[in-house]
Design a protein. Structure first.
Length: 68
């Protein structure tokens, strides 16, 4: 049983091994689009940005393979 004054552990949202930070600049319109997608996906902004980046990398790799 926990005491009512106990501090709950902070949830960890990033997958294990995610230790590198990437900062990026975006326009206000781009940020609003990211926020819209994050709400639809029920994710944080950073988790949504990571998901979109990984999908973009996979698409880039596929396009590159198709071009060869």
């Amino acid at each position: 049983m926990t005491s009512p004054n106990a501090i709950a552990p902070k949830p960890i949202y990033a997958p294990k091994g995610c230790t590198s930070t990437v900062l990026t600049r975006m326009t206000e319109d781009e940020r609003e689009e990211l926020k819209r997608i994050a709400e639809l996906e029920m994710r944080t902004l950073s988790a949504t940005a990571r998901m979109l980046m990984l999908r973009g990398i996979a698409e880039y790799d596929q396009d590159t393979l198709n071009a060869e």
